[in-house]
Write a protein that binds this ligand. Structure first.
Ligand SMILES: [Zn+2]
Length: 84
C-alpha cells in the first residue's frame, strides 16, 4: 500500500453542494477542509494501491478535478542518496 495526499478544490459558490456530495459518498470524515478559513479545498491522507484507487475517496462528480499525490518518507540516509 502507498500513501497519498488527496486534494479536491472547489469554489465558495459550490461549497454547500460539494460538501453534500462528500456526505453522500461517505468520505466526509476522512477529509480536512479549508472552507472556514476561506480556502475551499479538502485534503485527506489515503492508503491505496495506486493513484486511481486513491481517488475513489472523492465523489465521482468531483474526481476528474482532484489530485492524488503519492507520498514518501525521507530518512537522513535516503535524502542524501536522493539529492546526489
Ligand atoms: Zn468550501
Amino acid at each position: 500500500m502507498e500513501r497519498y495526499l488527496i486534494e479536491s478544490k472547489h469554489t465558495a459558490s459550490d461549497c454547500h453542494h460539494v460538501v453534500e456530495q462528500f456526505i453522500i459518498h461517505g468520505h466526509i470524515m476522512n477529509f480536512d477542509w479549508g472552507c472556514q478559513a476561506g480556502e475551499h479545498t479538502a485534503w485527506a491522507f489515503i492508503e491505496a494501491e495506486n493513484e486511481p484507487q486513491a481517488l475513489l475517496s472523492v465523489p465521482p462528480s468531483l474526481r476528474s478535478k482532484a489530485r492524488a499525490i503519492q507520498l514518501n518518507k525521507f530518512t537522513p540516509q535516503t535524502v542524501e542518496e536522493y539529492h546526489k
